[in-house]
Design a binder for this molecule. Sequence first.
Ligand code: C5P
Length: 410
Amino acid sequence: MATLVHKRIVLGVTGGIAAYKSADLVRRLRDAGADVRVVMTQAATEFITPLTMQAVSGHPVHLHMLDAEAESGMGHIELARWADVVLVAPASANFIAKLAHGRADDLLSTLCLATEARMAVAPAMNQQMWQNAATQANLIAVHKNSVAVFGPASGSQACGEVGPGRMLEPTELVELTTGLFTSGSLEGLRVVVTAGPTWEAIDPVRGITNRSSGRMGYAVAEAAAEAGANVVLVSGPTMLTDPERMTIVRVSSGREMYAAVHEHISGCDIFVGVAAVCDYRPKKAAAQKLKKHADTMTIELVKNEDILASIAALAEAPFTVGFAAETENVEGYARTKLKEKAVDLIAANDVSAQGSGFESDYNRLLLVDKHGVIELPRQHKTQLARTLIECIAQKYHAKGAAQDSRYAHR
Ligand code: C5P
């Protein structure tokens, strides 16, 4: 079951008499567990005050594109990234037209162009305006861009006319917004994710590490939380800020990561190892900074324990997913890894490909398991992680169903 608990909603309010219902909508969205930030157009402020919306949302309202104070807090790009959903209610005919044509002449329309979040509009306008061919064409265009259109309802209007164009009631909008998170596919499940590189100390100031940014692992953890899971993210050293809605365990070395994962694994349903754990660590880290004397120097390395394989080998192993960063023969090596580590699924990517993989916001993945191969094309890591989580959820539930039917036949 999908829910709005911990969901982050940007509510856009445009100019229309139905804006008076937006305050109630905010309250109901928050009652359903959502965190709501309000963006108002200039026209909307003629119908309801920003102060009212601030009071009901519990946060300052965003009004202007070029507001230095607001931009220094959560600027429009951060807001666009922050959102799980951008819901515009009421959405005026003018706003829908802007959305259809990709215009960006105020904060709300710019944010809509900049976001990767799901989007929905709740139209509210005079029935003639609604039925106008231009509005209908704009709606088709908006819908093609995967923007959900909620309503409108039919009935008597503020202008005295009767017909379609009334904004849906806040309770209906909350229900439809909840429905956008169709997934809920990991509701109630416990998921442990590793992310980032590890740091294997040579001495107090030097160490061995790699170029993993942690972005893919964090995106996977966020997508799992968004799908309703209870997430523990075990992260190596990264520059990323801690995601909300999950337990974060920060570690440094591969050994620390191993210990943290095993500490949190009991009762875990799904383990996703995204971390680029260093394969080797110095056998002994020097207590003091090493001095340069000789022309050459040898550091003896010992192998780090394979966290992923150790989880897959547990008597009560969770559904186990590994990542594989390859520079050639991606599918072949992924298949080998699938067998050697005895995991349920390998998500492999070609890190030599331009513009994806390490240090990039974009990635592509090849999912390899005993059933075959699924290709997830290059896309932003946030979106890719969501698709990956849906595939994992599907495979997790299918495995459970297969096991259940095996027991039933005994
Ligand atoms: O063997 P390779 O390092 O290519 O395997 C990558 C996968 O194994 C990733 O999922 C990574 O998180 C995991 N791994 C691990 N512990 C290690 C090495 C890799 O969990 N020591």
